[in-house]
Write a new protein. Structure first.
Length: 447
């Protein structure tokens, strides 16, 4: 069947809301399709070129951000802190690990959530599940949980203003490497981590001073005081994605202009379903999450559909199997994909296979398991002679207490202090930094 931006509507589709008022939905779709794109196709082509290097073992992809962005907790400060923590991690990986880092946020559009159950029960009351602010409300009330298409318009405008601020931070001086000592988020509370970061800042400052003495500085070299942060989200809510999918006037190709990169979740990656069909028609780089039940055949068939030309840098497989399970299937998958000569950028999502419920009913992740899955991911690649090209994280620049362990030593009983996520537990800024140092150490083995 030929592809068009609305041809997904003929396919089986999972994880979609049922809107009570279809004419209201149609009006929103029409409105959205007249609004300006959030990104430009030329930027997507740049990202694809950068991702090519990550497939070839010359660069590393750092993708991270909220599990779900929220309308209620929307503040400039949290965007700024997220920006800083991503930058800080990227510097650690570049300077200590020795690889250039491609930065992609789960931001400016990460609103729609797949759910394992259509309903949620609290104290004997059953309501439809929360599906992300772009669909319905987080509040546990009957009216909040009704899907409302107007939320797509709100999500669009929030994404636009987030994007605006990110672009300003990237170009306006905040990303200047000479200012790295100011990126400190102010709550590193573990001495060894603090010491490692201080040493890195010191060494980097010396390197910059040396370069300045050689005539290379922020005045004549933009890469010293500017950066690029690309955006991404799960392309789950297809009416929204369709409305923002446009033909690029330069190439004549279709681009999903809601973000630079889109991914398909573990629950919606069925080969013959709507999500895979929809994303097979756009030029953006595409991610697909694969869980512990995935096989080499699944990955090869996804590659055939989503990247039939076997372009380098087009397809990102995001492995989220769990620290204890990744060893069961990943080695064979890597072997078979390598044998077929299929180009894939392999990322590790060490979050989604390690989610547990505590006895006091918090959804959490043990930080040690997160570290372990990343370590296993790197070791498996080393053994198979393949390249671990990226990492995909749920994190925040705030000092929340959502994952247990780490520099803050969050415990089950202190989770309640700052448990702020509307969906899955995120790494706080300390945990993210600690993980960045681990990745830097692991990357050195691939030099
Ligand atoms: C997510 O990334 O928030 C998510 C739902 O992931 P997965 O599809 O891997 O479960
Ligand atoms: Co999540």
């Amino acid at each position: 069947m030929t592809w068009n931006r609305d041809s997904w509507r003929k396919y089986n589709i999972k994880q979609q809301p049922t809107y009570p008022n279809l004419s209201e939905l149609n009006a929103v779709e029409e409105k959205l399709s007249t609004l300006p794109p959030l990104i430009f196709a030329g930027e997507v082509r740049n990202l694809k070129q950068e991702l090519e290097k990550a497939v070839l073992g010359k660069s590393f992809l750092l993708q991270g951000g909220d599990c779900a962005e929220s309308f209620l907790n929307y503040r400039a400060d949290s965007i700024k802190n997220m920006f800083k923590v991503i930058l800080q991690m990227a510097i650690v990986m570049t300077f200590a690990g020795g690889f250039p880092v491609i930065k992609v946020g789960r931001i400016a559009g990460q609103f729609a959530k797949p759910r394992s159950s259509d309903f949620e029960e609290i104290d004997g009351v059953t309501l439809p599940s929360y599906r992300g602010d772009i669909i319905n409300g987080f509040e546990f009330s009957e009216s909040a949980r009704v899907p409302n298409p107007q939320r797509m318009i709100d999500a669009y405008y929030q994404s636009a203003s987030t994007m605006n601020l990110l672009r300003a931070f990237s170009r306006g001086g905040l990303a200047n490497l000479n200012e790295i000592h100011r990126w400190n988020l102010g709550f590193i509370n573990r001495a060894d981590l603090d010491e490692r970061l201080n040493k890195l800042v010191h060494d980097l400052t010396e390197a910059l001073n040396f370069m300045d003495a050689c005539g290379i500085n922020s005045k004549n070299t933009p890469s010293i005081n500017e950066t690029v942060l690309y955006t991404s989200h799960e392309a789950l809510l297809l009416p929204y994605e369709e409305a923002l999918t446009r033909v690029d006037s330069i190439s004549g190709d279709w681009y999903d202009c809601s973000a630079h990169m889109l991914w398909i979740g573990e629950r919606t990656r069925e080969l013959e379903d709507a999500h895979v069909h929809f994303l097979s028609g756009v030029k953006n780089p595409i991610g697909v999450k694969v869980g512990p039940t995935a096989s080499a055949d699944d990955v090869l068939r996804l590659a055939e559909k989503l990247n039939p030309q076997n372009e380098i840098g087009k397809l990102n497989i995001i492995v989220r199997m769990g620290a204890d399970k990744i060893g069961d299937r990943l080695p064979q998958i890597l072997r078979d994909v390598k044998k077929e000569g299929v180009h894939i950028l392999w990322s590790s999502d060490p979050m989604h296979g390690n989610t547990v419920k505590t006895s006091n009913n918090y959804k959490t992740r043990e930080f040690d398991k997160v570290l372990k899955e990343v370590q296993n991911f790197f070791e498996i690649h080393k053994a198979e002679g393949t390249y671990p090209g990226g990492i995909h994280l749920e994190m925040t620049g705030e000092d929340v207490t959502e994952c247990t362990g780490g520099a803050f030593n969050v415990t089950e009983s202190t989770l309640a202090k700052r448990y702020e996520t509307q969906c899955d537990p995120r790494l706080n800024a300390n945990q993210a930094l600690e993980l960045a140092f681990l990745v830097a150490d692991l990357l050195k083995n691939f030099k």
